[in-house]
Design a protein around this ligand. Structure first.
Ligand SMILES: [Zn+2]
Length: 328
């Protein structure tokens, strides 16, 4: 199964996303050989999705011109909490019908290869740390702000998983117990203030209250309203839309300040679609973090943007799978 001593092995990575599944094949140094992207079609349920994940990896191998026996192990990344030790996807918020799915054993059966499971944000943190903006950092925090907010914590150069693999859920740090409802079922989480869904929700309220505003026009022309649409309205001069993004950014900064005070990291790597908004979102975040973090902690931390793209969770998962197969 595993390549012979004279031929170094390759590793697979599969990132199961709510809408897209991305697989790739890398060499032992993490260099990308080939990748495949296809729709997840999560509504078809776990069986169909797991078969598609395996097909995607086989296609990546095809593109790389490698027989499957050259793969030593496969890393899988999925959204939401995972039971890392048992290889079980417990309750992903964005994958309907997935409850306690033993994804590792199912894919091992399907592929005939050792598989390994990691939360997607943790896997992306590992990829940025090993191959991206976090190279060389000892203590690093990775935060991704998109439709939701996720994170990964690197301490002393290694991923911090916590007791059961659930560490790094920075989006669900509660800032205000009476705050807006969060996708996790609680209230006032950082994600309920600063995520793309939070910005879109506030934007919908605003468009309903001010039917003549630029935002309401954009909402009517191009439903459903997204955070990107709120950003477009802000650029078109809608001050109320602009305020929504600034408030979301400020809350992000408050959350980051709390994390800086707890972890005293040297580096924060920020990624996700909302960072593409630039200063309108990130400047208030920096300001709030600078004001609220302890001065010593703030002095010693740098905040940078990610260096890798959408492939980072799959890449990190593949790299973790390489660790696993080398430790055996
Ligand atoms: Zn939450």
């Amino acid at each position: 199964m595993i390549a012979g001593n004279d031929s170094p092995p390759f590793f697979g990575g599969i990132d199961l996303g709510a809408t897209k599944t991305l697989s790739l094949v890398v060499d032992a140094a993490g260099s990308l050989l080939a990748e495949d992207i296809r729709p997840t079609l999560a509504s078809e349920g776990p069986d169909a999705v797991i078969a598609r994940m395996a097909d995607s990896l086989r296609e990546s191998l095809n593109k790389a011109g490698l027989p499957q026996r050259r793969l030593a192990a496969v890393g899988i990344s999925t959204p939401g909490p995972v039971d890392h030790a048992r290889g079980v996807v417990t309750h992903p918020p964005n994958l309907p019908g997935w409850r306690d799915v033993p994804l590792v054993s199912r894919l091992q059966q399907e592929l005939g290869l050792p598989c390994f499971l990691e939360n997607d944000a943790n896997a992306a943190a590992v990829a940025e740390h090993r191959f991206g903006a976090g190279r060389g950092a000892r203590h690093m925090l990775f935060i991704t702000v998109g439709s939701g907010i996720g994170g990964g914590i690197i301490i002393d150069g290694a991923l911090y998983r916590g007791v059961s693999g659930g560490a790094g859920e920075v989006g669900h740090m509660i800032l205000n117990e009476d705050g807006p409802p969060c996708g996790c079922g609680r209230r006032g989480c950082l994600e309920s203030y600063s995520s793309g869904i939070a910005i879109a929700t506030e934007g919908m309220d605003l468009a309903a209250r001010q039917p003549d505003s630029p935002l309401a026009r954009i909402a009517a022309e191009d439903p459903p309203l997204t955070a990107e649409a709120v950003h477009r309205a802000a650029r078109d001069g809608d001050d109320a839309a602009r305020e929504i993004i600034i408030r979301a950014g400020r809350r992000l900064g408050e959350g980051i300040a709390g994390l800086i005070n707890i972890l005293n990291p040297e580096l924060i790597v920020l990624g996700g679609s909302l960072t593409k908004m630039g200063d309108i979102y990130l400047a208030p975040a920096r300001e709030a973090a600078a004001t609220q973090a302890f001065p010593q902690h703030w002095r010693d931390v740098r905040i940078v943007e990610v260096a890798l793209g959408d492939e980072s969770p799959a890449l990190g998962a593949a790299s973790l799978a390489a660790d696993l197969s080398q430790s055996r």
